[in-house]
Design a protein around this ligand. Structure first.
Ligand code: HEM
Length: 135
């Protein structure tokens, strides 16, 4: 398993654990209220599970299994894929902390921009690898 896959799947599993925990806390808070402040976890819950877990797992595993090239670098431009992983995680974390830094509204925009650029970088990395195996 390549290093990028190891790290992205590890991060994805951490986001899965945190995302479900935050969801459970909000669910509990609906039935037996603890604090209204717990609703600030909603953006983290959504981004951890949709981008941190689901998208990151797909990114990491697809980097591993998409067809490789005959000659090095066998997985094409790996820098693009690393950039995608770093920006995806930075974006998820920025979006998650944005409700706690309401005086800095650009944090949310920066997080979404990082996620968008991450998607573009991964698309550029993966596109040449969408080809018949062994070519
Ligand atoms: C992959 C799994 C999950 C995903 C992608 C996900 C995604 C979402 C999204 C998008 C929302 C916002 C819905 C809206 O605003 O209408 C939400 C809300 C919520 N989720 Fe999850 N969720 C997941 C799992 C869970 C789990 C396991 C729990 C509880 C243990 C949970 C508890 C909640 C709660 C309490 C809300 C707030 C509902 C409300 O507005 O009253 N979620 N989730």
């Amino acid at each position: 398993m390549p290093a990028l896959t190891i790290w992205s799947v590890r991060f994805a599993l951490v986001y899965l654990g945190l995302g479900f925990t935050f969801g459970a806390l909000m669910l509990w808070n609906k039935g037996l209220p603890i604090s209204g402040a717990l609703w600030s976890l909603l953006p983290a819950h959504i981004d951890f599970l949709l981008f941190g877990w689901t998208v990151q797992l797909i990114l990491g595993v697809s980097f591993w299994i998409l067809p490789r090239f005959k000659h090095p670098p066998k997985r094409g431009n790996e820098k693009l894929a690393w950039g995608a992983v770093i920006l995806l995680n930075a974006g998820v974390l920025l979006v998650a902390i944005s409700p706690f830094l309401a005086q800095l509204p650009w944090i949310l925009t920066a997080g979404r921009a990082a996620q968008l650029i991450s998607a573009l970088l991964y698309m550029l990395h993966a596109w040449p690898r969408i080809k018949p195996t062994g070519t």
